[in-house]
Design a binder for this molecule. Structure first.
Ligand code: ADP
Length: 393
């Protein structure tokens, strides 16, 4: 069985094709600058092909992708692709797991776009492009929000007028659910237990931390939108909402413009005034840039705050997991975070921590809690869900 996972952005489309017999990635790549000029990168057999090519829309990008798969002998016919899984950011409170895509599902994704104006329309572009090019393959929607549907009401409600929830569905949805679910399944496999209390720290350019009990999300840091929670590359995370009208007045901006500043000009970038990328921040620190040092200190402080909160919520934790770009590769950021957790008896094995992108235990044997690095794999999760629904859905 061959399954493709698709992650469509407004001007990009990432893909991976899996042979599900051994969950091997046959080919992966990215179409970008769709509707602007166009470029693709395809990786297979250890080779990388890049070409600038006009891409008017997502349908054309998928058309070229499928032609290339045949031309490169990766598949001999389009019928070999049995299913396609699509990453969809917002599934509202209706979808608590992945589903086969029907007209009703498409309408729902469309109707949730109010809640995810940048992401859900992009997901639909991907669905339509694949449906047009592969009319016989089964399509599956895998929602970022689904894993968090198990949160209790006390976690997902905001302390605002209750009618806002009833009338407008104002609540915490949470995101990165596919990654947090992967972490939960991987830790179950690694530790051989399913009654685990896990604090999953997905910290990349975007970031969220999730408290997982017995394989279920019970709280998470992102909220109504992915702007909430910890500090991120360019996003502020939690701030006092009164700042918004105050700066609107000072700068003569509207609410949308301020939200844009909070999404794109804040976080590590906003404080360092150098870059949203933690590698550049570390470089700045080594050159004595105090704003970079402050940005990292604030970043670590906010991550630690939530780990501590979830440690209490879970009534201690069995394992803290670091994943995504910074979690997997940020040796110094991990060190700073774990050192700041010493009050909880959590201790870092410095030698073990000196690694990038590897599944590994990085806590000492006398640490109160296990600490692991686990490389995440959202694409594989999407492919597994798709296979399951293609076979049994
Ligand atoms: P996204 O949220 O866009 O998927 P990623 O998970 O790829 O982001 O994470 C991007 C972040 O990971 C950046 O801040 C980057 O600096 C960091 N990162 C990636 N590789 C390394 C590395 N080798 N060392 C330190 N940080 C890294």
């Amino acid at each position: 069985m061959k399954i493709m996972s698709i992650n469509a952005g407004s001007s990009s489309l990432k893909f991976q094709l899996f042979d599900m017999q051994d969950e091997k990635v046959l080919v992966s790549g990215l179409f970008e600058r769709i509707g602007i000029d166009g470029r693709y990168t395809i990786k297979y057999n250890g080779e990388k092909i890049t070409e600038n090519i006009e891409l008017n829309d997502h349908t054309q990008a998928v058309n070229i992708l499928l032609e290339k798969l045949i031309a490169l002998n990766i598949i001999s016919s389009l019928d070999e692709i049995d299913g396609v899984g699509h990453r969809i950011v917002q599934g509202g409170d209706k979808y608590s797991k992945s589903v086969l895509i029907t007209d009703e599902v498409i309408q729902d994704i469309e109707s949730f776009k109010d809640l995810a104006p940048l992401h859900n329309p992009a997901g639909l572009l991907g669905i339509h492009a694949l449906k047009e090019n592969l009319p016989n393959a089964k399509m599956v929607a895998v929602f970022d929000t689904a894993f968090h549907q198990t949160m209790p009401k006390a976690s997902y409600l905001y302390p605002v007028p209750y009618s806002w929830y009833e009338d407008y569905k104002i609540r915490k949805y949470g995101f990165h659910g596919t990654s947090h679910r992967y972490i939960a399944e991987k830790m179950k496999e690694v530790l051989g237990r399913d009654d685990l209390k896990i604090i999953s720290c997905h910290i990349g350019n975007g970031g969220s931390i999730t408290a997982i009990k017995d394989g279920k999300s019970i709280d998470t840091t992102m909220g109504f939108t992915p702007l909430a929670g910890i500090m991120m590359g360019t996003r502020s995370g939690d701030i006092d909402p009164s700042i918004i009208p105050y700066v609107m007045e000072k700068e003569g901006k509207n609410a949308g413009e301020i939200i844009d500043d909070l999404n794109k000009k804040s976080g590590l970038l906003g404080i360092s005034e150098v870059s949203p990328d933690s590698r550049d921040i570390e470089q700045g620190i080594s050159e004595g840039n105090w704003k970079c040092a402050l940005a990292e200190e604030m970043y670590v402080k906010r991550v630690v705050k939530y780990i501590a909160e979830y440690y209490v919520l879970l009534d201690k934790a069995d394992v803290i997991v670091f994943t995504a770009g910074i979690g997997e590769n940020g040796i110094n950021v991990r060190k700073e975070i774990v050192e700041n957790l010493s009050a909880l008896g959590i201790k870092l094995d410095y030698e073990a921590n000196d690694v990038r992108g590897e599944l590994r235990k990085i806590s000492t044997d006398d640490s109160s809690t296990l600490v692991y690095i686990v490389p995440t794999d959202e694409e594989l999760m999407i492919a597994r869900d798709t296979l399951e629904l293609v076979q049994n859905g």
